[in-house]
Each structure stands twice: as C-alpha cells, then as structure tokens.
Design a protein around this ligand. Sequence first.
Ligand code: THU
Length: 133
Amino acid sequence: MNFNVEELIKKAIIAKSNSYSPYSNFKVGCAILLKDNNYILGCNVENKSYGLTICAERNALFKMVSEGYKKEDVIALAITSSGDALCTPCGACREVMDELLKKDTLIVLANDKLEYKIVKNNELLPLAFKLEK
Ligand code: THU
C-alpha cells in the first residue's frame, strides 16, 4: 500500500467532527486522498426535511468533482462514523462511488480506534446500475 492509511483515517475523523446531524445523532466523516497529496473532506449534513440529508461520502465526492478532480486523481477514500463499527457506505453512496471512482480505488472502512478494513470500490457494488440498452 503506497499511502499512509492512518493519516487518511485521521482526516476522516476530522471531517466527522464537522457533521451536522441533530436528528440522527450519527456522525459520519469521509476523506479522499488525492495524488497531489491534497485531501477532500466531507461530513453528513442533515435537514429537518429528513430526505434532504446528504451523506458524508457523497458530500466529499461532489466536492472533489467541484474542485476539478477526476477519478484518476484519487488514491483512496476513507469513511468513519459514530461508534466502533467499521463504517460501510449506504447504497446510494455506493452508486455515486461507482460513478465517480475507479473500480480498483481503495476504500478504507474505519473507526476512531484506527481499526480498518480495506476493500476495492467494485467489491462494494458488484451489480451496479448501468445505462446500457
Ligand atoms: N450517512 C452517511 O453519511 N453515510 C452513509 O453511507 C450512510 C448514512 C448519514 C446519513 C444520516 O445523516 C446519518 O448517517 C444516519 O443515517
């Protein structure tokens, strides 16, 4: 592995500290490590109209695109959440990850104890939706 996984997880923990989650009290943080050594951070942002909530992963990925980065610029993405469980992305985020990251991009499922499991992006959504006729 050609990157510092603990540093990446610590960035996701920092991202999580900005979580706006007064309804679920469940904080999620996401950090994307880029080849230029920059990080893109995202947290979940909830809304009183619950369905308008944006997940940490999609927040970070949309920021990445907005800043002009592409899937080829990404080394790895890490996710952390409240509690000791290794955070796994929801189905909607997996579709966006399938769209905006390479199949072999490393996804770090982590917790605050710096315990983690690494999977490849395409392991998370093997039968992703395809716009093929
Ligand atoms: N959440 C995320 O940020 N990422 C996920 O992959 C799943 C869920 C957020 C949404 C909501 O603010 C809170 O976690 C509880 O569902």
